[in-house]
Design a protein around this ligand. Structure first.
Ligand SMILES: [Zn+2]
Ligand SMILES: [Zn+2]
Length: 272
């Protein structure tokens, strides 16, 4: 079984452990391929809280140097390290933010929506609690619109934790299937991969991102998927993988299919 996990964080953003410690843990866990994807968040508004979980903007090249050094130190015939970045999507500045990354040698960019307008959907349940059901519905509707715009931008390779607003189990009461399907169609048209993010199993929503229903529709559209742990500490580098692969199979995918990225080129790889 070849296991790959591309969505992981180090101390360069909100992870608890160093790049080297995370890579060593990934190798020890038996992963064949591991990628770091620390947060890169450039808000088009002032949000002091972001500093607590995003990479400092003057640290990007140190982060890249750290991953590339670890690649030299730890890659071998049975283990490959990849350089990724989890980039927040804001319609106001997305193109400029990605353009400013220049020709840095990323293997992949994960595009994520954590914010709807100025509201961060995944900080805590307390921030959701005061909302009326109508407000919850509105956040979800706007979220799907943002995912659609993210895909249409063509700036990223992988969609991060699709359906993240469910994290604290605040769900829409209205039928948003049309909005979801429009977002999925845009993802397919952009030739992106959706991650099955196993971190959701450890949150109040108690299931991976995205849901089985979304994955079934993604499968019907031929959208590739890949399992990732979204780990922020060493013990979590393969968290909940059996459950995530089980969900992948239940959605109609061949759970042995793997995708890899090298310098932003995607390749299918036979599982070995
Ligand atoms: Zn994220
Ligand atoms: Zn993440």
């Amino acid at each position: 079984m070849t296991d790959i996990s591309y969505h992981n964080h180090s101390r360069f953003s909100d992870g608890a452990d160093t790049i080297n410690d995370m890579v060593q843990a990934a190798k020890a866990a038996g992963l064949a391929e591991f990628g770091l994807s620390d947060h890169w968040v450039v808000t088009p508004f002032c949000d002091p809280e972001v500093k607590t979980w995003s990479m400092a903007h003057d640290q990007l090249d140190n982060y890249i140097a750290g991953v590339l050094q670890a690649k030299q130190d730890y890659s071998d015939d049975s283990f490959q390290l990849r350089l990724g970045l989890e980039v927040d999507f804001f319609p106001e500045n997305a193109a400029a933010v990605v353009a400013a990354l220049g020709d840095r040698p990323f293997d992949y960019l994960i595009g994520s929506v954590h914010f709807v307008e100025r509201f961060s959907v995944d900080i805590s349940a307390d921030t959701w609690a005061p909302f009326s059901q109508e407000q919850v519905d509105a956040i979800w509707r706007q979220y799907w619109q943002r995912i659609r715009e993210l895909a249409k931008s063509g700036l990223y390779d992988i969609v991060g934790h699709l359906d993240l607003p469910k994290k604290f189990a605040f769900y829409p009461a209205v039928d948003l299937r049309a909005e979801e399907d429009a977002a999925l169609a845009a993802i397919r048209d952009a030739n992106m991969v959706i991650e099955i993010n196993s971190a959701g199993l450890d949150k109040p929503c108690a299931e991976p991102y995205p849901s089985l229903s979304l994955l079934q529709r993604a499968c019907a559209l031929g959208i590739p998927v890949m399992v990732s742990a979204d780990s922020h500490r060493c013990p979590n580098v393969m968290r909940n993988f059996p459950t995530a692969y089980d969900l992948m199979a239940r959605a109609g995918y061949d759970p042995d299919t793997r995708w890899r990225f090298n310098r932003r080129q995607r390749q299918a790889s036979p599982n070995v």
